[in-house]
Write a protein that binds this ligand. Structure first.
Ligand code: VGL
Ligand code: ZN
Length: 217
């Protein structure tokens, strides 16, 4: 099955930013391979509602290994009582690596949603931040934005497949939307994560599609 793309479907393009490209501060495996396909998809204007997210951290962000003494990138620590992977410094506000990818024409994006700007809290999902000091996951407002526009179904693509794309699709379902992940328009930050990602998607009722399944002539 693939999504019936209509006025109740939104496309969510997650974190397609230079820092997640090969050679970038937090490179995704083959992250650049998705850029032409996403550029085509936006150019085709198939979607009535398009959201682009932008990872957008202040210097000294709590998700950076450099903010915690005696830690290394990709190590896990406990933060606000939850496991937190520490990352290299990335997507620092206003830097070229944090820009929306310059090879994509973003004109079709109705909403550009920045996330991760709370210095103490990471934010993978487009819908809710990670756990904060209060224990809850603060909403970004995206669910309300989509609902007020009548959206019932989301198609998620971008980076990273095993982190922000996955969390966004999972939250979409938890918040009552149908969700699909565009597999060939996403790439992981951890190369051997695909089996675990597919298992999570399947167990949560998130469909997997390729761009060809909703192809544009
Ligand atoms: C992401 C790790 C840290 C992502 C963002 O976009 O998947 N991953 N910040
Ligand atoms: Zn980040």
């Amino acid at each position: 099955m693939s999504p019936a793309i209509n006025e109740r479907t939104a496309l969510i393009v997650v974190d397609v930013q230079p820092d997640f490209m090969p050679g970038g501060a937090l490179a995704c495996h083959e992250g650049d391979a998705i850029v032409p396909g996403i550029a085509r998809l936006l150019r085709a204007r198939r979607f009535r509602h398009v959201v682009a997210t932008q990872d957008w951290h202040p210097a000294g962000h709590a998700s950076f290994a450099s903010s915690h003494p005696d830690t290394q990138p990709f190590q896990q620590i406990a933060l606000h009582g939850q496991p937190q992977t520490l990352w290299p410094d990335h997507c620092m506000q206003g830097t070229p690596g944090a820009a929306l990818h310059p090879d994509i024409d973003w004109s079709a994006a109705d909403l550009i949603l920045r996330k991760g700007s709370d210095p103490q809290v990471d934010s993978y999902s487009a819908f809710r931040e990670n756990h904060g000091p209060q224990g809850s996951r603060p909403a970004t407002g995206l669910a309300g934005w989509l609902r007020e526009r009548g959206v019932e179904e989301v198609l998620v693509c971008g980076l990273a497949r095993d982190v922000c794309v996955l969390w966004t699709a999972q939250d979409a379902v938890a918040l009552g939307f149908r969700a699909w992940l565009a597999w060939d328009l996403s790439r992981p930050v951890t190369p051997d994560s695909d089996d675990a990602t597919r298992a999570s998607l399947q167990s949560q009722g998130i469909g997997v599609v390729d761009a060809a399944d909703f192809a544009i002539a």
